[in-house]
Design a protein. Structure first.
Length: 482
């Protein structure tokens, strides 16, 4: 049996933590502090006042020093900790007076108090000397007892202390200018919060959350972490107004009589490509989405399984990935109406912009949307280079089971081709403009007919009536990965 190995030294935990901090500074730095754009002298004075209060507590702990090292780069003061800590011990009356005037002038009084409380209360409550100095400073900054009570609760939220539970549900940190602490300001969104109604603040969803009641969300930011998902099965109206949703995975199903309304929202994020996710899935609702911006890298922005959906004055930018069907919108909804909406740089296996069984598309613009699976339309078999130059087949729109007239009207397609499948002869497109794009039509004979429509406008297109050279390629079904 081998003799046990004798260790001469214990692991230096603080050294390991410091090394992790260096990695964080390199790859995951905190957002910029509110003072980051001020002149250097003003930034240094702000930090020295913080350090003065911290030093009043005695020696600085290893954890406090680590936090200072993370905080300094957000202020544009990296590598200055020793110099500034020495200066903080020699502040004169004129420095303090200038610092107080600066805090008032720049509306940073409450920001400063929160920074102070976070640093000083990191490991233990403030001591008597710190409390005395802080009380004098609060009086000079003309803050009231109610202000301090609220700011103490905000600092507790950042530090994960129980006093944060006293914050109101509509707490909005934006006026406090706490961008550098943003990730610590999020509170877990629960069913109880949703049922009560949430009308402000920063929230997160870090696990699967299922609810069965209608709700309203206003003026909030919600971050969905890796396992965060919201599933709704409700009877009643659901209203989402002025939201910022980061990496959302939301599914709303079978609402027997209510409506879904989404207005003035931003839905954005970067998703794992292999999971083939949709940011928003709708099934069985009457839905209206207006003035909303989607930017969902490597995820489909909207999946509609059934229902009636109206999309108006929205933008879809960089949505989808090469493994999905429909990068911006993929719909089997009975009614899908898209009006004055733009799609740019969206991609998918088929239909980077819009994939739908039924759709009315009016006054929309699709630019540089492409399909990764079919890379060209062989309308000119003798000049393959020319064919490739006119973009990807069905990159912009892929429709089938079309049953109305003028389903695509007053639209512009730039490097975003169109494919349409139907079995009746009727007026399909009116007053559309296609630039570096192709139009492909599949009729009852199950062949695709391609026409070059680059750099000219289309007034009317009838099935089988084309000017130009046409070729044929086999038809395929694209619902396998819906």
């Amino acid at each position: 049996m081998n003799a046990p190995v004798k260790l001469d030294k214990c692991l230096n935990i603080q050294q390991v933590l410091s090394q992790f901090d260096n990695i964080k500074l390199k790859h995951f730095s905190l957002p910029c502090h509110a003072i980051a754009e001020l002149p250097e002298h003003d930034r240094e004075l702000y930090f020295c006042q913080l350090a003065m209060l911290l030093l009043a507590g005695g020696s600085i702990s290893a954890n406090q020093q680590r936090l200072l090292q993370l905080l300094l780069p957000t202020m544009g003061l990296a590598s200055k900790l020793p110099t500034l800590m020495a200066r903080a011990q020699q502040l004169e009356q004129k420095d303090l007076e200038t610092g107080i005037e600066q805090l008032k002038e720049k509306e940073l009084t409450k920001t400063f108090i929160v920074d102070t409380l976070v640093l000083c209360r990191l490991e233990q409550p403030l001591n008597q000397d710190q409390c005395q100095i802080l009380a004098e400073l609060v009086a000079l900054l003309e803050l009231h007892h109610a202000d301090m009570e609220h700011l103490s609760q905000v600092a507790a939220l950042i530090l994960g202390l129980p006093q944060a539970d006293k914050l109101p549900s509509n707490f909005n940190p934006d006026p406090l200018k706490l961008d550098c602490w943003e990730e610590f300001l999020y509170r877990e969104l629960t069913a109880e919060h949703l049922q009560a109604g949430v009308h402000n603040g920063y929230w997160r969803i870090s696990k699967s959350l299922s609810i069965e009641f209608p709700f309203t969300l206003d003026n909030i930011k919600i971050v969905f972490t890796q396992n965060g998902k919201l599933t709704v099965k409700a009877i009643g109206d659901i209203n989402l107004n002025n939201l910022l949703l980061v990496n959302p995975v939301i599914s709303i199903h079978k609402n027997d009589w209510g409506n879904l309304s989404i207005y003035n929202c931003k839905i954005e994020g970067a998703y794992p490509k292999n999971k083939k996710l949709s940011a928003l899935t709708i099934d069985g609702l009457t839905s209206t989405i207006e003035r909303t911006h989607f930017k969902t890298k490597d995820a489909r922005a909207l999946r509609a399984i059934s229902g009636k959906i109206k999309i108006k004055e929205c933008t879809f930018d960089e949505c989808g990935n090469s493994e999905l069907v429909g990068g911006g919108v993929s719909s089997r909804a009975e009614i899908l109406c898209i009006i004055r909406t733009s799609f740019s740089n969206c991609k998918a296996k088929i239909a980077g912009g819009i994939r739908a069984t039924h759709a009315d598309i009016k006054n929309c613009k699709l630019e540089k949307c492409n399909s990764q699976y079919i890379k060209e339309c062989d309308f000119d078999l003798e000049n393959r280079e020319k064919s490739v130059a006119f973009g990807h087949n069905a990159g912009g729109v892929f429709l089938n089971n079309i049953k109305g007239e003028h389903d695509i009207e007053q639209c512009e397609f730039e490097d975003s081709s169109v494919k349409v499948v139907f079995k009746q002869h009727y007026d399909l497109m009116r007053n559309c403009k296609m630039l570096d794009s192709t139009l492909a039509v599949d009729d009852s004979s199950s062949h695709i007919y391609c026409e070059q429509n680059a750099r000219k406008s289309i007034n009317r297109v009838y099935l089988g009536v084309f000017s130009g050279t046409s070729g044929k390629v086999p038809y395929q079904s694209w619902w396998d990965d819906f």
